[in-house]
Design a protein around this ligand. Structure first.
Ligand SMILES: [Zn+2]
Length: 290
């Protein structure tokens, strides 16, 4: 993935679905650089640091973790920067320090629900051969609770809790001078309790925390960066489809309602959202009013 200059002082590399590498970011201040997420392996972290070394003035000093999921934290030991995380992220990192990553251990955690098959598969793909034995979990140095501002010189980063059903520790990093918001996976689905799902009130609560922030760019870790129009359109679709599904748990009724409302079949993206809301309702045992 090429290093991309998103704004004057914000750089990023894109996501890669091959082994579920997330987008990584860097905010380059006059005195210090803050990196957003460490990548899904030592190799991913090294690649990012090498690319960042070519950026004039980049002086990596801080690493902010958006949440504890493996693909965001496995590179932290390699980066070995002053690492900032939510207390709940730290709790999980401490827990993961005692984990083994061989096939049997991964399989066992998938069975108990501590891990999901999707992540286990990508951990294996990202760490071929003996590489898995070298996985090291590095805990954070600074725990923020609520909100923390880091002054990098000429530019600041506001690190704040987004929470939500994807991961309770979800953290966002906002750079007001550059109007860039790094969201990690903070706007994504719940993935650990069966089929991936959305809950509209949960999504709305997350949206409310970021809606007042002037933004040119929204960086979701596993999607392409969205400009303000793209983000607004995506959020409007999420709301509209969430309302369309309501408390319904029956996909036939929901798809029929979609056809009535939009006069067309839902495309793949819309189907994924509809199905996610349906699963959210089923998980919560909701009953539609008939
Ligand atoms: Zn995640």
């Amino acid at each position: 993935m090429e290093m991309k200059r998103l704004t004057e002082r914000v750089y990023m590399t894109g996501h890669d679905h091959a082994t579920d590498r997330p987008a990584l970011g860097a905010i380059v201040g006059e005195r210090a650089t803050l990196i957003v997420d460490s990548g899904n392996s030592a190799a991913h972290a090294r690649l990012f640091l090498e690319q960042l070394a070519a950026v004039p003035g980049a002086e990596p000093r801080y690493l902010a973790l958006t949440h504890w999921h493996w693909d965001h934290v496995f590179g932290a030991a390699e980066m070995d920067l002053t690492t900032i995380a939510h207390p709940l992220t730290q709790q999980k990192l401490r827990q993961m320090q005692s984990y083994r990553w061989d096939d049997a251990a991964l399989q066992e955690r998938v069975q108990t629900g501590e891990e999901i098959a999707f992540c286990a598969e990508n951990i294996i793909k990202e760490h071929p051969g003996a590489l898995r034995e070298s996985i090291a979990i590095r805990p954070a140095d600074i725990l923020y609770d609520g909100r923390l501002t880091v002054d990098l010189g000429g530019v600041t980063c506001e690190i704040f809790s987004l929470g939500g059903e994807h991961s309770a520790d979800s953290t966002a990093v906002y750079c007001p001078q550059e109007q860039v918001l790094f969201l990690g996976d903070g706007m994504c689905q719940e993935m650990f309790e069966g089929p991936w799902s959305y809950d509209l009130p949960d999504y709305e609560a997350r949206l409310q925390k970021i809606e007042g922030l002037p933004c040119k760019w929204y960086v979701n870790a596993h999607w392409d960066p969205q400009n303000a129009d793209d983000f607004a359109r995506a959020a409007a679709q999420m709301r509209a489809l969430g309302k369309l599904v309501g408390a319904e748990t029956d996909s036939v009724r929901v798809y029929a309602q979609y056809r009535r409302q939009y006069g067309a079949e839902p495309d793949e993206a819309a189907r994924e959202i509809l199905d996610s809301y349906l699963w959210g309702n089923r998980k919560r045992g909701r009953q539609p009013l008939r």
